[in-house]
Design a protein around this ligand. Structure first.
Ligand code: MN3
Length: 249
């Protein structure tokens, strides 16, 4: 081999190394991306958990939290970013506006947006609604629970029963009307009350992926234990925002 071809070979090999190394450099500069679910390029991002995967134990185990957040929720986000490549308005409009007017979407993406943007909204709310240590409702939220839902004990029993009755996958919510009135309502799949002009004050995920590793078929036990994780300070914030008309997802 001549000196010239060796130089060519070396130069070609160096280019290959540079190309192969490029994505790794990008990853190294994005430490916020969870290892199990690299952030897809696009307008939608997976919100980070504000606590460790094991922070809600023994009520929700670390493995369930990790798979639920890093794989299930990440998949909704990745699907949305794929949809946004050819439907750029998706990444521009407010999530609440899109979910509140799904019929404005073209038929070829309506179903996928309903499921994936609904899932993104539901889970974004869900992670924030939980915190280690939980707490107790007080003030205006407690007063509304007493007035509209018959007090904490009846409310929790009715909420758990509604979650238990939801056939297959879905969510159990407390919806809040514009005048602040509360109601317990369920939705199938990843539907969210925004889709029919209401807002969720709080909600629990009763898909099997939310509890099956630890509770298997005992959804009732999961529903009962979940109350130990509820971040009531966040619920109070959502209640005030709902009444002010500024509540996000
Ligand atoms: Mn889920």
């Amino acid at each position: 081999m001549s000196a010239l071809s060796r130089r060519h070979l070396f130069s070609a090999a160096a280019s290959l190394v540079a190309v192969a190394a490029a994505p790794r450099v990008v990853f190294a500069q994005a430490p916020a991306a969870p290892a199990a679910a690299p952030a897809a390029a696009g307008p939608f991002t997976l919100p980070p958990l504000n606590y460790a995967f094991n922070a809600l134990e023994p009520h929700i185990d670390a493995k369930t939290m990790e798979i639920h957040h890093d794989r299930h929720h990440a998949a909704y986000v990745a699907n949305l970013n794929n949809l946004a490549k050819t439907n750029t308005q998706l990444g521009v409009s407010k999530v609440t506006d899109i979910l509140g007017n799904l019929n404005a979407l073209s038929d070829d993406i309506k179903f996928a947006v309903r499921n994936n943007l609904g899932g993104h909204a539901n889970h974004t709310m869900f992670w924030e609604l939980m915190a280690p240590g939980g707490g107790k409702p007080e003030g205006e939220v407690l007063a509304a629970i007493d007035k509209d839902l018959g007090g904490m004990e009846k409310f929790q029993n009715d909420f758990n029963a509604a979650g238990g009755r939801q056939f297959g996958s879905g969510w159990v919510f407390v919806t809040v009307a514009k005048d602040g009135k509360l109601a317990i309502e369920t939705r199938p799949n990843q539907d969210n009350p925004i889709m029919d002009g209401k807002r969720a004050l709080l909600g629990n995920d009763v898909w099997e992926h939310a509890y099956y590793l630890n509770y298997q078929n005992r959804r009732a036990d999961y529903l009962k234990a979940w109350w130990n994780t509820v971040n009531w300070a966040k619920v109070a914030e959502r209640f005030a925002a709902a009444k002010a008309g500024t509540l996000g997802v």
